[in-house]
Design a protein around this ligand. Structure first.
Ligand SMILES: [Zn+2]
Ligand SMILES: [Zn+2]
Length: 300
């Protein structure tokens, strides 16, 4: 029984600890304790500190993947920094609670069969009580049935005796890489956080490439973003020159100038940018003359 329980115990403890850890990171980690806009501020800060142009290209062209990479790095750093003060104690606490639960299930099953003395019933009761935490079936433990168990206290005694060794074996092999080695990727702490932050709209402004900030994927209505950037970042240039455009969408839409999109042959006035059709119709770009110093610095 104890050998069959080992793998489910390990999985349960890792999953539970990953979940607890993701919750803790969401309240304690500066970059991950707010919404996606707050996270993006941290991403932009780090990009500016590193001054790595290809990292910027990746962020501009593949924002979602860049966010995912950033979250993975933050979580990995957090686990490394806080392993002994926070991650390991969580793991030990979860394993202790599970151990208590298993002992309780064994004890109550033994009480149950005192009269009927039915090994099948003992197993059924034991597996049912643990069904919400451990995934295994009566079949996994069927050996018990055939061994002709006479003394039902023996089952409980054996579990009481063997379980601590299994528990301490699992605990002793836990380290900063364990989540990656033991958990299917969607249960890992970083993937739980990626799910939280990245299930939202990722459509980019057709001019500047800034990402829509709507929190719902495939949302109805227009795409919007508070801060647009210089459209040269997305490859726009002044016609007939090789000079990239320093226009910002929000101020360009107040101007009397026009633009030529790749897919439309005609020139479209900025004030009526939606007339360019296609991807241009679904964006709401409200006039705003503010300029972010950040992108000015980047262009320089
Ligand atoms: Zn824009
Ligand atoms: Zn959107």
């Amino acid at each position: 029984i104890c050998q069959k329980l080992k793998e489910p115990i390990e999985q349960n403890v890792y999953k539970k600890t990953a979940k607890d850890l993701a919750d803790e990171i969401r309240s304690n980690c500066d970059s991950l304790n707010g919404n996606r806009s707050n996270l993006e501020k941290h991403i932009l800060t780090l990009l500016s500190e590193n001054e790595n142009f290809s990292a910027y290209l990746y962020y501009i062209n593949h924002p979602r993947d860049h966010f995912k990479d950033f979250i993975r790095d933050e979580v990995s750093q957090y686990i490394t920094d806080k392993f002994s003060v926070s991650v390991l104690p969580k793991m030990k606490e979860n394993i202790k609670l599970l151990q208590q639960k298993i002992m309780k299930a064994a004890h109550e099953s033994t009480e149950l069969v005192q009269v009927s003395r039915d090994a099948g019933l003992w197993l059924k009761s034991f597996t049912q009580q643990l069904s919400d935490v451990l995934i295994f079936s009566e079949k996994d433990l069927s050996g018990v049935k055939h061994d002709g168990v006479k003394d039902f206290n023996l089952l409980e005694d054996v579990i009481k005796k063997e379980l601590p060794a299994i528990i301490s074996d699992i605990s002793s092999r836990f380290n900063t890489k364990s989540f990656d080695e033991k958990l299917y990727y969607k249960f890992r702490p970083e993937e739980l956080l990626i799910d939280h932050f990245c299930q939202c709209c990722w459509v980019q402004c057709p001019f500047c490439g800034a990402t829509c900030t709507n929190t719902i994927e495939n949302h109805p209505g227009d795409h919007t973003v508070a801060f647009h950037r210089n459209i040269g970042l997305n490859g726009w240039f002044y016609g007939g020159t090789g000079n990239w455009s320093i226009s910002i969408c929000t101020s360009a839409v107040t101007s009397n100038r026009s633009f030529h999109s790749n897919d439309s042959k005609k020139s479209v006035p900025w004030r009526e940018y939606r007339n360019a059709g296609g991807i241009y119709t679904n964006w709401s770009i409200t006039p705003d003359l503010s300029e972010l110093p950040y992108w000015k610095w980047f262009v320089c």
